[in-house]
Design a protein around this ligand. Structure first.
Ligand SMILES: Nc1ncnc2c1ncn2[C@@H]1O[C@H](COP(=O)(O)OP(=O)(O)OP(=O)(O)O)[C@@H](O)[C@H]1O
Ligand SMILES: [Mg+2]
Length: 329
């Protein structure tokens, strides 16, 4: 559905995006992760045709965005970093206006607006002025304008930025519902956000691709052993000794004691060791209160993947003869 092929974007001498390639299949939710300034917004502008790439191509549904801009844009809904809403219009007026811009035929416009409001839970505020709405509702209006024309690809730039926890959960739920009917690309620098919503994450740093994978595979790629946390009521030295003697336990470390319950962290060779640990603790007559695997958080994955990247901006090389076809900023 989406193909980003060796795309680069230079702002003058500065490489904002460098030779980036990834794809998104129909109905997939892909998280686009990177720290501030990594090039997420720039890449989204390249995907949506708002900026031409300096090198490379973006294809949406097989159409090259640069050369088939109008046709490609019909297939794309875009929520920019700052939702493009007019504060003095009501939700209804604004969405009707967007539907006209999107060339939704006049007979279908009311239905399209009603459907978008339904899907983004905006029905109760349809007649309110956008400037009087909370940030979360304004964000939903931004998502509603992006889905009005039923695009195949939805590009959402930090859709939950600045929302309160309840609105974040609601927006994530909405995004999950939209996937399936749409391919969704969401950018974020909050890694748990991607883990909560996305099947696959594309990690970029300083404009370059760092990794593309599912959150689970990224964890396994970086870690050959499993870590488990254990809470047991019983004598600490004896428990530590027993844990250390179990085959497959590579390391058993006592962490802390709280209300007579000790916590241990174990490094184990494989997940199967967990069963034996549980059996031995219970068999010794101690109280096993908790035994859970600890995954690497996406924060740790991200820090580990970007640890060796050099600091500072990267100067662009002199333009190649065939490269500078796009508009320069
Ligand atoms: N129009 C522009 N002219 C020059 N440099 C730009 C321009 N737009 C972005 N940049 C630079 O390109 C780099 C990538 O910016 P971009 O906005 O794509 O990052 P981002 O990943 O979206 O960051 P954030 O998480 O803060 O939104 C930054 O160093 C930024 O300063
Ligand atoms: Mg951005």
């Amino acid at each position: 559905m989406l193909e980003v092929c060796n795309v680069s974007k230079d702002y003058g001498p500065f490489h904002a995006v460098r030779d980036l390639s990834f794809t998104a299949a129909a109905g997939e939710i892909v998280g686009f992760l990177g720290p501030n300034g990594a090039g997420k917004t720039t890449t989204m502008r390249l995907i949506t045709g708002y900026l031409p790439p300096t090198r490379g191509e973006v294809k949406v549904d097989g159409l090259v965005v640069r050369t088939n801009a109008l046709e490609a844009k019909r297939r794309i809904g875009y929520l920019p970093e700052v939702p493009p809403v007019y504060p003095e219009l009501t939700v209804n007026e604004y969405l009707n206006f967007c539907a006209r811009l999107r060339r939704v035929p006049s007979r279908q416009r009311q239905d399209a607006v009603a459907r978008a409001c339904q899907r983004t839970a905006l029905n109760d505020v349809r007649h309110r002025v956008i400037g009087h709405l909370s940030k979360g509702f304004r964000q939903r209006v931004g998502i509603a304008q992006a889905i009005l024309h039923e695009p195949q690809l939805l590009v959402l730039d930090e859709p939950t930025a600045g929302l309160d926890p309840r609105q974040i959960l609601e927006t994530r739920q909405l995004i999950r519902e939209l996937a399936g009917q749409h391919t969704v690309i969401i950018s974020t620098h909050i890694l748990s956000e991607a883990a909560a919503t996305c099947e696959r994450v594309v990690i970029i740093n300083r404009g370059a691709l760092v990794a593309v994978d599912s959150p689970e595979n990224l964890t396994h790629r970086l870690k050959s052993t499993d870590t488990i946390e254990l809470q047991v009521r019983g004598p600490q030295p004896a428990i530590t000794a027993l844990l250390g003697a179990i085959e497959g336990v590579l390391k058993a470390e006592f962490s802390h004691l709280r209300q007579e319950v000790g916590t241990w962290q174990l490094e184990v060779a494989n997940a199967g060791v967990r069963e034996e640990v549980a059996r031995r603790i219970v068999g010794s007559g101690w109280g096993l209160l908790e035994l859970r695997p600890i995954d690497l958080s996406l924060e740790e994955i991200f820090l580990s993947l970007t640890a060796n990247q050099p600091e500072g901006q990267v100067e662009a090389p002199p333009p190649a003869a065939d490269a500078e076809k796009g508009v320069q900023l």
